[in-house]
Ligand binder design. Structure first.
Ligand code: UDP
Length: 498
């Protein structure tokens, strides 16, 4: 029976995935890499990017032909069947989606699902006109509110991509439990340990995601997550950008509820490393020449990712700390790091005083910096991609989380895996603390231990993507399970367009 089914699957196995990344850098990159890997495995892909993200990536490459820019053109030339489409998010290019987060997401909730439906319908109809015989699947980011509805309407297999660690998935999934126990929203004055979340042995209330502790700070954020986690319960498959060996209990518990696969670190899939393509929303400053002139392990790389915003006071304390510590550093200071209209954020004379040992850039190729042997540490906001990238390249971290899952990721890095230290335990950073932590980080027992631990973790990550590594095996299993599901859907014979 199994053999017959496999044979049928092979005969009818052409699958077409219509893919919708969440429109932020930390979500777009893993979705691109997952799509490339699936295309490499034989899937047809239609990758649907918001016009805003399309425009940003196109601009970062300095192309003057935005309309014809296709980020997958090289992938296509190498034989992969990846089509590229754009979709409006409902706002003009100049609208500031971060500053107006609430307005942006209110409109996205209201208008975006219909546009998604239109594009799915058009894609399927176009295939039918060409008499292409496809089985369809939807791959969308977990935090979208509409995948369950769209997948049901068009009889597609529903695949959800979670781009954060499994622990954050489990906490979001069990918001009702947190609510019943008075931990969401959190009303207490002092922190306590939570031990009732399935797959999470223990977590302090201070390490919960920011929108659980303080849902009122950005009210729309918790709405986005609540809606996303309501609909993900209907997903056929959940893919997590994590590694089985890093979060074994959490993954095993999640798997008892839904077919869930740890397939990370997605950004390091190697099948397509030779395909050059732009994935960055901003132009990248080249730091290689500067790094190559510095001694091995001497440079502290500092970045707060693509979204987190700091304030002038924190930036200045950090700057003074760097001045006093005399460390070599690369500091990514995005133009909007303290909000859209602030200038002169650094102390007077800072750039002159540090010109021999510091490089300040608005954006860079982070993986190139982390992979350079001169880079010895990463002062990070603990975005999940940054954590995975630092682990992959064996670079220990100084953790300075801001919001969303970053406090939870900090717990994993510092408390569980012991591959980083805290910059400060909550509250605002001071220059004295910066000096003290850089010292602990660069010399002494703690620093040696962290370097040993990060080496082991880095090996685990690399091993996981080997042919017989856990993430590769999980990916293969997912593809097999998916094909079986697609085959069964097809056998049901439901017409796809309603
Ligand atoms: N990144 C980059 N250049 C920079 C800063 C960040 O390429 O100068 C990339 C980084 O490699 C990572 C992503 O931006 O893949 C940030 O994702 P993360 O999850 O770490 O943080 P977020 O931006 O979502 O807060």
């Amino acid at each position: 029976m199994a053999i017959i089914q496999k044979k049928h699957m092979e005969e009818n196995s052409k699958a077409h995935a219509i893919v919708f990344p969440y429109p932020y850098q930390g979500h777009v990159t893993p979705m691109i890499n997952l799509s490339l890997k699936l295309a490499h495995t034989g899937f047809t892909i239609t990758f649907v990017q918001t016009e805003y993200i399309h425009h940003s990536i196109s601009k970062s490459t300095n192309t003057d032909d935005d309309d014809h820019f296709d980020m997958f053109s090289e992938a296509k030339k190498s034989g992969l069947d990846i089509r590229y489409a754009t979709i409006s998010d409902g706002f003009p290019m100049e609208f500031d989606r971060d500053v107006n987060f609430d307005e942006f997401w209110q409109t996205m909730f209201r208008d975006f699902p219909d546009r998604v439906g239109d594009i799915v319908e058009r894609t399927i109809k176009a295939d039918e006109e060409e008499s292409s015989n496809y089985n369809y699947l939807l791959i969308a980011d977990t935090v979208y509110s509409w995948p369950a509805i769209i997948a049901k309407k068009y009889n597609m297999v529903n695949v959800s991509l979670w781009t954060e660690p499994a622990i954050a998935f489990s906490i979001n999934y069990h918001l009702d439990l947190l609510h019943r126990n008075g931990h969401f929203p959190y009303k207490g004055n002092c922190d306590s340990d939570i031990t009732y979340i399935p797959g999470v042995e223990s977590i302090s209330t201070k390490d919960l995601m920011s929108y659980i502790r303080d849902p009122d700070i950005v009210p729309m954020l918790i709405q986005v997550l609540i809606k996303g986690f309501e609909q993900v319960k209907a997903a056929d498959f959940i893919l997590c950008n994590t590694v089985q060996e890093l979060e074994p209990e959490t993954m095993s518990i999640l798997n008892q509820k839904h077919p869930t696969y740890a397939i990370g670190p997605i950004n390091f899939y190697s099948d397509f490393t030779k395909i050059s393509m732009a994935k960055s929303l901003w132009s990248e400053s080249d730091c290689t020449h500067w790094l190559n002139s510095k001694p091995c392990g001497s440079v502290l790389y500092i970045s707060f990712g693509s979204v987190a915003q700091s304030n002038k006071h924190e930036i200045r304390e950090l700057a003074h700390g760097l001045l006093l510590s005399r460390v070599y550093f690369i500091w990514v200071l995005r133009h909007d790091i303290v909000g859209p209209n602030e200038s002169d954020i650094l102390p007077v004379g800072f750039e002159d005083l540090t010109k021999d040992r510091g490089l300040i850039v608005p954006w860079c190729n982070q993986n190139m910096v982390l992979s350079n042997s001169a880079t010895g540490g990463f002062l990070t906001h603990c975005g999940w991609n940054s954590v995975l990238e630092s682990m992959w390249h064996g670079v220990p971290m100084i953790c300075y989380p801001f919001l969303v899952d970053q406090p939870t990721n900090r717990k994993l890095v510092v408390d569980d895996w012991k591959i980083g230290i805290n910059l400060c335990d909550g509250g605002q950073v001071t220059r004295e603390e910066v000096v003290k932590k850089i010292k602990i980080f660069t010399m002494g027992e703690k620093s040696i231990q962290m370097k040993q631990e990060i080496k082991k973790v880095s090996h685990n990550l690399h091993d996981s993507l080997d042919e017989d590594g856990s993430s590769q095996r999980n990916f293969d299993q997912f593809v097999d399970d998916l094909k079986a599901k697609l085959y069964l859907r097809r056998k049901d014979g439901k017409k796809i367009i309603p």
